[in-house]
Design a protein around this ligand. Sequence first.
Ligand code: SF4
Length: 402
Amino acid sequence: MIVKLSRVAVDETETLDAAAAGHGLPPETARRLIRAEGEDLERLLTAAAALRDRRTGRIVTYSRKVFIPLTNLCRDSCGYCTFVRRPGDPRAHTMTPEEVLAVAEAGRRAGCKEALFSLGDKPELRYPTYRRWLDERGYPSTITYLRDMCALVLAETGLLPHANPGVMTHEDIAALRPVTVSMGVMLEGTSPALLAKGGAHRGAPDKVPEARLATIAAAGELAVPFTTGLLIGIGETPEERVDALLAIKALHDRYGHVQEVIIQNFRAKPDIRMRDWPEPGPLEMVRTIAIARLLFGHEINVQAPPNLTLAGFDAYLRAGLNDWGGISPVTRDHINPERAWPELERLRAAMADTGFTLRERLGIAPEYARRPAQFLAPTLHERVHAWTDETGLVRSEKERWS
Ligand code: SF4
């Protein structure tokens, strides 16, 4: 028995060494290590951090963005959502072109380069008053309105749009591609429990995993740099987190277009259906970040939102994270309004304290910015090129002027 256990330990050390070298992590090892503790946890984190260091060194990135919540109406009802409003609620709002432009312009003046369009999913299928609002302006759908707003922001401010409107068809993505540098939809999870009675996604037809995976696949067919990820702690088991990561990986292996996987933690808030739900602990976050890093090998960026950090910045860095996502100097986080973004200078100083350098990236990840012919509409090549250096990261002001 002792001999057998030792053999297992040796095999797993070899497996983690191979994963740290970028050869991926076998699913069965990932499913076991998603509950790692003690020495196993240490070895998992060490391997994940080593792979990150091999891949991007001690650089951790962020995108200077402005958040444009185009409409907070949505046909879905997720148990954790604080963003959505119903018609009749005085806080329900769809932004006019003038409002969109004013926010984008404030972002431009503050040095932002990304305009993150985040909005509810297909509210026109649920609310006749909103349907009329679109009709009066000549738009057959929210996506067509979004497309024009992305084009407006691009033309008037030069900010690069990233669109996050929920489930999209092939045609939706094709229409948005010429006016965006990337798109995204969080897979969130693939556990059947989420859609069951009392589950986080009960009453949310756009959270059916197959629909979201079809969106990610359509983006792959159209060579759109794509951001997705998990929302953890909403009713899935740790092993189901691994399953969801594997579902993303299967699509990335086919199309090579997933630029980033976000690992986001559920936060309980007083005004949500899941207000009494337990929040996932910091250990669950670091394990999931580390497993994501190792499963994808050298391929992707791993991000966690810095304003929802439970364990401190350094714990996530120790787990192999290399990106903090979009940080806005001008708008609050409309999805988690109670959690302020860290100030950039504070984040930069915290990174320096842990031996990392904070670098700015665009809404398109550096690996994809370096391959514009494959991953960008021709109309966007010049602007992305002007803003980035040979690594695909944002050039310094001085470099841009010279
Ligand atoms: S789909 Fe998004 S905006 Fe709509 S209810 Fe769910 S979390 Fe909120």
